[in-house]
Design a binder for this molecule. Structure first.
Ligand code: HEM
Length: 328
């Protein structure tokens, strides 16, 4: 009796084990059949198909609904690393080249010295516009460089409170000085566009090194080839800065996050190229060419300077009558 009870228990246990294994294996098979990841949308696939992932929100600012934007990572590297390098290399590179040029070649002298006779070059309006442009450009450059380099260079020197106060002021100065700058360039465009149209004389001027390389003085009208390049670079640069700057001034008004990032990079690259060009211009206007400064200071230039650098224009001015030449 005891034996048969023990046997019955054994048979029952084996049976229970078999049933349990069968159920467990069936359950396991059922679990394997439904792979929750097989059909689920993976973050990577989503990001490959859509340039950003947007969530739902209730506040009116719909741009805040953006949860992920892979392009933003590229923009961050460009903004935090590349632009710093490009800006540093261009600005310090131009300054180094000009210093080398100054020490090797020295300032361009007026051959035969000053004649003592002056010839009018720019009137009061032209000079006023030029200096409005120069002052506003200087403010735009310093405050713009603060946006890119301020946190690295200035913050450790003056501390967080002073840097924060200066940066808020600099931001407004940047925004407002863009107005006289753009209006000044538009006015100069109206006044000087005709005299800056390219001619065959400019090609010869470039071929002969523009008087800067070698000892030749190629003929030029009121503006030589190099000055025409500066003029059109200033006009096109201003158009590019103003257009991209408007996107930054009115964030998300006409575009989304990616448009804002593109506008920021375009604005910075144009500004860096512009600053490099203007540093070279300031060198020639203020240091690199004897007699050049007078043109934008008093408005009159020495006759010998005019004959050396703008021979065709000087001849034309002399032909116009003796009152074109006045004592200094
Ligand atoms: C401190 C800054 C500056 C100095 C010392 C300076 C100096 C001069 C001088 C001396 C001239 C007359 C050259 C001549 O008679 O042929 C001139 C002309 C001119 N400047 Fe400036 N300038 C400065 C800033 C700027 C800026 C910021 C711009 C534009 C963004 C600019 C655009 C021009 C243009 C288009 C001309 C006429 C073409 C030329 O002469 O190259 N200048 N500048």
């Amino acid at each position: 009796m005891i034996f048969s009870l023990a046997r019955a228990r054994l048979i029952f246990s084996v049976f229970a084990l078999v049933v349990f294994s069968a159920v467990a294996s069936a359950a396991a098979q059922t679990t394997n059949a439904v792979d929750p990841n097989a059909q689920a949308v993976k973050e990577r696939d989503l990001l490959q198909q859509h340039y950003l992932i947007r969530g739902l929100g209730t506040i009116p600012d719909t741009s805040s609904y953006v949860i992920e934007q892979p392009f933003g990572r590229l923009w961050r590297v460009v903004h935090e690393v590349w632009l710093h390098w490009i800006g540093g290399i261009v600005i310090f590179g131009v300054i180094a080249l000009l210093l080398a040029f100054y020490f090797i070649r020295g300032p361009l002298r007026i051959e035969g010295g000053r004649s003592g006779k002056m010839i009018p070059r720019f009137n009061g309006l032209e000079r006023a516009l030029h200096w409005i442009i120069a002052v506003s450009f200087a403010i735009l450059t310093l405050t713009g460089l603060n946006i890119t380099f301020g946190r690295e260079l200035l913050l450790p020197l003056i501390g967080p409170e002073a840097f924060s106060r200066w940066s808020i002021m600099a931001k407004y100065a940047h925004d407002y000085s863009s107005v006289p700058f753009v209006l000044g360039i538009v006015s100069l465009l109206i006044l000087w566009a005709k005299e800056n149209l390219p001619t065959g004389v400019d090609i010869r001027w470039f071929k002969e090194g523009g008087g800067m390389v070698g000892n030749r003085h190629p003929p030029a009208w009121k503006f030589n080839g190099g000055q025409k390049v500066l003029f059109w670079v200033s006009v096109l640069g201003t158009i590019g800065l103003a257009a991209s700057g408007l996107f930054l001034l009115f964030p998300f008004y006409w575009t989304n996050i990616m448009g804002m990032q593109i506008a920021q990079v375009v604005h910075s690259l144009i500004a860096i190229a512009f600053v490099g060009t203007i540093i070279a211009h300031i060198y020639i206007g203020a240091l690199g060419m004897e007699g050049g400064w007078d043109a934008m200071a008093s408005g009159d230039v020495d006759l010998n300077w005019a004959k050396q650098h703008h021979s065709l224009w000087a001849e034309e001015e002399l032909k116009r009558g003796s009152d074109a030449v006045s004592p200094p």
